[in-house]
Design a protein around this ligand. Sequence first.
Ligand code: HEM
Ligand SMILES: *[C@@H]1O[C@H](CO)[C@@H](O)[C@H](O)[C@H]1NC(C)=O
Ligand SMILES: *[C@@H]1O[C@H](CO)[C@@H](O)[C@H](O)[C@H]1NC(C)=O
Ligand SMILES: *[C@@H]1O[C@H](CO)[C@@H](O)[C@H](O)[C@H]1NC(C)=O
Ligand SMILES: *[C@@H]1O[C@H](CO)[C@@H](O)[C@H](O)[C@H]1NC(C)=O
Length: 591
Amino acid sequence: MNPAQYRVRFFCDVFRTILLPVLVLSATLRFFGRRLGLFTIPVHLVFVVCWAGIRGAILKYIQDREAERLGAKPIPRVVGKWPGNIDVLLKMLKAFKTSYVGDVYLKLFEEYGCTTLNTRILWSDMIITMDQEHSKFVLATGFSHFWRGRSQKERMETFLGEGIFNRDDDIWKMHRGMARPFFARERIADFEIFERNTARTLALLSASEAAHQPSEAQDIFARFTIDAASEFLFGKNLDTLSSALPIPQKGPMGPKGSATLDEWGSFTCAFEMAQQNITARGRMGELWPLFELFSDKNKPHVQVVQKWLDPLVQRALQDKAISQKAGICHGIADKTFLQHLVDSTDDPILIRDQLLSMLLASRDTTACVLTYITYFMATYPHVAERLRAEVLENCGPSAPPTYERIKNLKYMRAVINETLRLFPPVPLNVRETRTSPCLLPPSDPTYPTEDRRPLYMPGNTTIMYVPLLMQRNKALWGPDAEDFDPDRWVDPARIAKFVANPAMFAPFSAGPRICVGQNYAYNETSYFLVRLLQHFDRFTLAPEVQPEGSLPPPGWTERDGRQAIEKIWPAAAMTLYIKGGLWVRFHQANS
Ligand code: HEM
Ligand SMILES: *[C@@H]1O[C@H](CO)[C@@H](O)[C@H](O)[C@H]1NC(C)=O
Ligand SMILES: *[C@@H]1O[C@H](CO)[C@@H](O)[C@H](O)[C@H]1NC(C)=O
Ligand SMILES: *[C@@H]1O[C@H](CO)[C@@H](O)[C@H](O)[C@H]1NC(C)=O
Ligand SMILES: *[C@@H]1O[C@H](CO)[C@@H](O)[C@H](O)[C@H]1NC(C)=O
C-alpha cells in the first residue's frame, strides 16, 4: 500500500460528495439558462448537503430492505440534530479533550439504551459496540467476515507499515507463524532478562526514595519493559533505564507522561506522538486527510523511530551474512527474535516494521498493567498488604522467584486480572467488514429485548469494539462492576459468572488474533511484582508533583462510578496510559 494513497482516496471522496453534485447543479442551471447571482454559493451548499442526505437515505433504504430479506434488523442509528450528525461529531471531538476514557461512547449507549450503535457521522455507517456477543463475533466466531480494514491501515501505514498490527491474510499469517514458536517454547533465558532489568529498576526506585523524592512510575515501567523487550527481541539492551529520569515538577508534560529532553526522551516522545497522531486521525474518521493534504504529520515522528531501528536491522543482516559464510547455524532456542526474523527474510523494511510492532506490543501494554496495579496498591493499601503477604509466604523475602512459585500466587493473579478488567491496556480497537455484509448474532442475552433478530452489518464498514466498557458492564459483572475488587476472581460464585461466559473478559483479545505475548506478559508482570513487593511495602501517590493539567478535572466528582473517585486521569492513545504519568512514593520495607 502506498503511504500517500490517503490523498487519492480523500480526493475521490471529495469528488463524489462535493464536486459531483456541484457539477451536476451547474450543468443543470446552465442547461436551463438560469443564473443565481448572489445565491450561487448558498444554493450549491444546500444542494451538496441534500445530495449527501438523499444518497445516505437511499443507501439506508437499500440496507433496511436487505436486512428484512435476511430476517435481520438494522443496527440502531444515532439521530443527531444537524444534517449528517455533525453536531454529534463536534460534541464527541470536544468531549474527548476533557472526558473520562470511554465516556463519550458510554453516554451514547446509555442515551439509546443499547450496546451496539451506528453513529452515522456524515451519513456513513460507523458501528460502535460494547456488546460481548458482538465483540466475540468480530474477533472469533465471525472472524472471516472481518479484517483490520482499509481505513485503519490508511491511518497507521506510515507508522506500523508491514508489521503484524497493520496486515491481514498472508502477511499477517507469516508474521504470526514466525512469532508463535518463539513464545511457545520453554525460555529460562526470559527469567534472567526479567531479573537483570527488574534489579536495575528497583535500584532507581530505591535511590529516589533515599532522596525523599517520588518516582514517575509509568515512565520507569515503560523503560523496564522496553529494556527487557529489547534484550529479548534484539539481544541488545537499549538501556533506557540509564538515561535521565523525569524530575518532579521540572519536566514538561510529554505526549503521554512526564517528558525528558535527552535522546531517550526524543525516541519515546516520537513513539508516543505517533500514537497520539494516529488516535487523533481515528477520531476524525474519514476526514483526517483534510488536515494533512500537504504533509503527513506523522512523518517527523516516524523518522526518529526509524533512525533508531535501522542500524539494528542492518547489523543483524550483516551478522547473518557472516554466520552464513562461516557455516554457523543457530537453532530457535538460542536465537533472538531479530535473528529469527533475519533468517526468514532479507527484506529490511519488513524486519524493521515487525520489530517496531513487537516493541509497541510489549512496551506499552505491560507497562500499563504495572502502572495501574501500582495505582491500585496506592489507593487500596489492604490489597498491597495482602499481595505482599502472599509473596513473602511463597517466595520468601529476597530470593528471585521461580516459575513454580509464581504459579502459586493466586491472589496476585486475581489482582492482575482485576486490573486488566478495569483498565485493559488496549481499551478499544477497530475492525472492518470485508466487502460483503454479515449478520451480528442477537444482542447480549443479559439485555432484555423483545426482538431477538440478528443485526445487519453492512459491508466495507468499520466497527469499533470497546473492551473497557464491556468489562465494566453492570449487566455482565453485577452492580459493583466499577469497583476494584480482586476477590471477584477468587470468590467461586462470582468466578462462575466468568467461567460461564468467558468472552466478557478479553484484555488480550480473542480468536485467531489473540495476543501472542499473553503468557510472557503474565510472567513478566508477576516476576516484577514479586521483586517489587519484596523491597517495598507501601505506595503513596504524590499528586502535588503531577504536571499541571494532569489531575482529574473537578467536574468528574459529580459523575458516578469510577469517574467520581479516580485520583488520576486515564487516557487512551492506541494503548491506555495515565495523563502526566503516575508520580508515586515507594516506601522501602523494613523486614
Ligand atoms: C498485559 C500485556 C498485554 C496486553 C493486555 C496485550 C493485549 C493485546 C491485544 C488486545 C491484542 C490484539 C490487538 C489487535 O488485534 O488489534 C494483542 C496482540 C498482540 N500482542 Fe499483546 N498484549 C500484551 C503483551 C504483549 C507482549 C509482552 C507481547 C510480546 C512480547 C505481545 C505481542 C502481541 C502481538 C505480536 C500481537 C499481534 C497478534 C496478531 O495480530 O495476530 N503482547 N495484544
Ligand atoms: C501530530 O504531530 C504533529 C507534528 O508532526 C504535532 O504538531 C501534533 O500536535 C500531533 N498531534 C497530536 C494529536 O499529537
Ligand atoms: C485470569 O484471567 C484468565 C483469562 O485471561 C483466566 O484464564 C484465569 O483463570 C484468571 N485468573 C484468575 C486467578 O482468576
Ligand atoms: C466494498 O468495496 C469494494 C471495493 O471498493 C466493492 O467492490 C464492494 O462492492 C463494496 N461492497 C459493498 C457492500 O459496498
Ligand atoms: C512463562 O514461564 C514458564 C516457566 O519458565 C514457561 O514455561 C512459559 O513458557 C513462560 N511463558 C512465556 C511465554 O514466556
